[in-house]
Design a protein around this ligand. Structure first.
Ligand code: 0RA
Length: 820
């Protein structure tokens, strides 16, 4: 909550008046209803949206011709940095002694006031600007390089801590924003590398020459750079990487007409799918719109014209249809429009009517020209369309055949299906199970009144790459369609009312093969029965990863996180922690919180350790209180260096040397510490950036909590049933050993089994953990956000296998936690 400043002006930001009260009201509105402004704060959409809002501003700078590099860095404690080399947010004084930058950062929709560039994407999905990001950030730090200076300002929950001020000099230009999404607002605070990377890659494809870097400081650390001089041409090449193109070079059309910039890249391959991705101002339009319609209309016309002129259509009774012309086509159409109109706030569909005609005339003219100039490619493209027209005719006949055979209706249920007794879809469930052995256990363990089991053997056909008829002829898919009873989209006879189960549950192993099969099934449903997903009928089962046994008591745990919580829980049960020096004693919840803090401390240090020497950082946060401001003070730096040296040499042998350099931009010193331990040499730079980082602040905060407990050694004492101390008591020398002691205590007498697959569970276990509606966890599959589902899905399916798996593992079409 933001304090109301009306009665008493905040000392940090003097001069509050009517205007600033309105500002606070605006920011407060965002904090109260974050969903309305930045998207759902609980499922990751809102969280990632914060990044897009800032990145979009950088892209605007690029579109205006001032920025060619953007870097996004995910920090390990939950904050994120976006740096660009654009013009920098204007810093001049605006009305009432407030800088323009502060207005941009605190007033909703303020960006446009200072910006008259013609194309803008920063209207964003919800069109609120970076001030919304600021409002929902626990803290935000902003550095602006502009007019020869480096300007700095910091905010807490949208409120400036002090006016913007120049803190150094710089010859560069640009903006750097670091923010920490507020955990009071976001329950989902974990940035997904995949989600960030996919969108950032897409942004760099859509903006030729813009370099976009994503760095992930969590875990082992990752860094990827995207830069495509060829822009959407390279996008199409990437989409077609695993396909066989019919012509070598991607067809590229570009024109600016009536203030609208149109770019189209296309290439036909021997595949059977149409993949046209329409964008407006860098935003994907999942439902297409006037640009897509214009392109389709013109394509059909140009290719028919060219085909008949070249006498390539002689054998056909009818002209080529749109579907024929587009079979195997991969295309990007990217429109930059100064004032586009959309059907909805989420920009699913472009409705600006003039765009259709503009696109048509561009394609009519330029594609005809292309085909004239490259007749070899032209001929191949037409021949492919002719084949498609013939195949379509054959397919119609084939479909009539299969329909007669009954694959598409449920009159004859497949033998592999163990159906349930109920005929009421609303209470019936179908488990699609990987492998016959798990299928066997599921059949024995189920409640046959309402649960049906369909075991699938091996990998189902990859439906993305196959023609409809071929797919139907695959036994596994045919069985599945028959069991579901509702037909498929491509069969023209899909009927959701005929679906026999309202819970269709995919149950696969938690390994690589299992995730691949799950991906293939999701693709199948996504392509052939999207309504099943729309209606919320598709689920993913969540078998547990661990079985934990103590005596006769059994627990099942979902994942590694659950195991570690369980160990803390049991390890602190009936335990008391006390200081020998007297005073503090901890039991129960406070003790558990201490252990959670300790585990967080270790995790943060471990993460930092991938880049710098963690022992130096530990020394910095535990043995000094060096702050950003102290970097201008030689004496304070010397004192801190001594303390760091002492801490490090007390912990291990090795060399340590330090030097002090000048950090011009921030008008401060920078401490560079070189350490050598065994064969590892490391450099740790302690500077403005390092000391302002969120992880250093959090490490310090946790450490202070621990210091407040009192001095080691500690005593861990077991308590009896009545909470009375027993004889069983151990002294631990320091806080690190406390962790080991509790962990060992927790594991004593426990049998921990890690399941490798469903096959390891007997029917009872499978029922109890994964199938019993009272106990199980199910993930509901949703297609909500166009960007994160449809488009990425298609992009990945045509692409390499690895990222495809990773996508499904980390977001499985925006899977949300349903039960429990
Ligand atoms: C307002 C006006 C101008 C640029 C920006 C805002 C701006 C905002 C952000 C946010 C992240 N990076 C950014 N870069 C620029 C126009 C500046 C001018 O006219 O000089």
């Amino acid at each position: 909550m933001v304090d109301t400043p009306a009665a008493e002006p905040s000392p940090a930001a003097p001069g509050y008046d009517q205007g600033s009260i309105q500002v606070l009201e605006g920011l407060e509105a965002v904090r109260k209803r974050p969903g309305m402004y930045i998207g759902d704060p609980h499922d990751g959409t809102g969280l990632h949206h914060l990044v897009w809002e800032v990145v979009d501003n950088a892209v605007d700078e690029h579109l205006a011709g001032y920025c060619d590099a953007v870097q996004v860095t995910v920090h390990s404690e939950g904050s994120i940095t976006v740096v660009d080399n654009g013009r920098g947010i204007p810093v001049g004084m605006h009305a009432k002694g407030v800088s323009a930058a502060e207005v941009v950062m605190t007033q909703l929709h303020a960006g446009g006031k200072f910006n008259s560039d013609s194309y803008s994407v920063s209207a964003g999905l919800h069109g609120v600007g970076v001030s919304a990001v600021n409002a929902v950030s626990e803290w935000l730090k902003m550095e602006i390089r502009r007019e020869g200076k480096l300007w700095f300002q910091e905010y807490a929950r949208g409120v400036p801590k002090a006016p913007i001020e120049p803190i150094g000099t710089s010859k560069k230009n640009g903006t750097k924003i670091t923010f920490k999404p507020d955990p009071q607002i976001f329950t989902m605070t974990n940035f997904s590398f995949e989600v960030l990377n996919n969108r950032l890659r897409e942004i760099s494809f859509l903006n030729a020459g813009l370099e976009v870097v994503l760095e992930d400081e969590r875990g082992e650390g990752k860094k990827v750079t995207h830069k495509f001089e060829g822009g959407i041409r390279e996008f199409v090449e990437a989409l077609n990487k695993k396909k066989t193109p019919l012509h070598d070079s991607v067809i590229y059309l570009h024109a600016v007409k009536d203030g609208v910039d149109i770019e189209i890249a296309m290439q036909w391959s021997d595949s059977y799918n149409e993949s046209i991705f329409p964008y407006t101002n860098n935003v994907f339009n999942r439902d297409g719109g006037t640009h897509l319609t214009g392109l389709r209309t013109a394509l059909t016309r140009v290719i028919n014209q060219y085909g008949s002129r070249e006498k390539l259509l002689k054998d056909l009774k009818n002209p080529l249809g749109g579907d024929d012309v587009r079979e195997g086509l991969t295309a990007i159409i990217s429109v930059k429009h100064p004032d586009p109109a959309f059907s909805s706030q989420t920009k699913d569909k472009l409705v600006s009517s003039e765009v259709k005609g503009i696109v048509e005339s561009v394609v009519n003219e330029k594609l005809s020209q292309y085909l004239e100039e490259d007749p070899k490619s032209g001929k191949r493209i037409v021949e492919k369309a002719v084949l498609a027209a013939r195949a379509r005719e054959a397919a119609r006949r084939a479909r009539e055949m299969v329909q007669r055979k009954g694959v598409l209706d449920a009159s004859t249920l497949p033998g592999k299906l163990a159906d349930c007794q109920s005929k009421d879809p609303s209470e019936s469930e179908l488990y699609i199970v990987e492998g016959d052995s798990a299928g066997g256990s599921a059949k024995q363990g189920r409640d046959r009144r309402f649960q049906a089991i369909l075991p699938l053997r091996g990998k189902i056909l990859n439906v993305e790459r196959a023609r409809f008829e071929k797919m139907l002829s695959s036994a596994e898919i045919g069985t599945l369609i028959t069991a579901l009873g509702c037909g498929v989209e491509g069969g023209d006879n899909f009927d959701i009312d005929k679906l026999r189960y309202h819970h269709v549950i995919i149950m696969t192993d938690a390994d690589v093969d299992g995730s691949h099969i799950r991906t293939l099934l999701l693709t199948f449903f996504y392509r052939q029965m999207p309504k099943l997903i729309d209606n919320g009928y598709l689920y993913i089962a969540q078998p547990p990863l661990y079985k934990v046994k103590r005596g006769k008591k059994l627990r099942y745990l979902q994942d590694d996180g659950a195991l570690s919580r369980f160990l803390i829980e049991t390890g602190t049960d009936n335990v008391r922690l006390s200081m020998t020096a007297g005073g503090t004693q901890l039991t129960g919840e406070p003790l558990r919180n201490l252990l959670k803090d300790l585990s967080r401390f270790r995790l943060l240090l471990e993460n930092i350790g991938h880049r710098v020497d963690p022992l130096v950082v530990e020394a910095l946060v535990t043995a000094t209180d060096l702050a950003v401001g102290d970097l201008a003070d030689k004496a304070k730096i010397e004192t801190a260096l001594e303390a760091i040296g002492a801490h490090v040499s007390a912990k291990r042998q090795g060399e340590l040397s330090a030097r002090i350099e000048q950090d011009e931009e921030h008008d401060r010193q920078r401490i560079v510490i070189e350490t050598q331990h065994g064969v590892t040499r490391r450099t740790t730079t302690i500077d403005f950036d390092f000391l302002s980082a969120g992880n250093v602040a959090e490490l310090r905060q946790i450490h202070q909590g621990i210091v407040a407990l009192g001095r080691p050694p500690f005593v861990v004492t077991m308590l009896d049933k009545d909470g009375k101390p027993t004889e069983d008591s151990t002294e631990v020398p320091d806080i690190e050993s406390l962790w080991a002691n509790i962990d060992a205590r927790a594991r004593r007498g426990l049998g921990i089994q890690r399941y490798k697959g469903l096959g390891e569970m007997n029917p009872d276990e499978l029922w109890e953990t994964t199938m019993d509606p009272e106990m199980r966890t199910l993930l509901q599959v949703r297609i909500e956000d166009a960007l994160e589902a449809e488009e990425l899905f298609s992009v990945l399916m045509g692409d390499q296998v690895e990222p495809r798996r990773a996508f499904i593992e980390s977001n499985a079409l925006n899977v949300t936690n349903l039960d429990i």
